[in-house]
Design a protein around this ligand. Structure first.
Ligand code: AMP
Ligand code: ZN
Length: 114
């Protein structure tokens, strides 16, 4: 996917602050953080959104959540609390159509979200 921003970050063509990587995913710092901790967990596979996940992706989807939880621990926000968010399509504000799990924490957050 040559025109995909996150594919290009994963390929190393665009720089990003990498927090973690393994065979399945890469985690980066969000360039425009909405909370003191704001990371994005990106599957290496180009998947457009949560809506494009199928049964082949079940283990991968679980892995992304576990990596998010691990990053929360490493960033010291596991106990205070955090959100793992998949913005999906227009009403949710998805702007990059390569699946990414947001990890947000380090401040109290409101519910319902805006
Ligand atoms: P979403 O609105 O859920 O599609 O989230 C896309 C996220 O990607 C936003 O939080 C952006 O701040 C973030 N973002 C966009 N460009 C970059 C970049 N080059 N490096 C890191 N994060 C980015
Ligand atoms: Zn992509």
């Amino acid at each position: 996917m040559p025109d995909c921003l996150f594919c290009r970050i994963i390929a190393g063509e665009i720089p990003a602050a990498k927090l973690f990587e393994d065979e399945e995913c890469v985690a980066i710092r969000d360039v425009n953080p909405m909370a003191p901790t704001h990371a994005l967990v990106l599957p290496r596979e180009h998947i457009e959104s949560a809506s494009a996940l199928d049964e082949r992706h079940e283990a991968l989807a679980g892995h992304l959540v576990r990596v998010g939880a691990r990053l929360a621990r490493e960033n010291g926000i596991a106990e205070s609390g955090y959100r793992l968010v998949l913005n999906t399509n227009a009403d949710a504000g998805q702007t990059v159509f390569h699946l990414h799990l947001h990890l947000l924490g380090g401040r109290p957050m409101e519910w319902p979200p805006g």
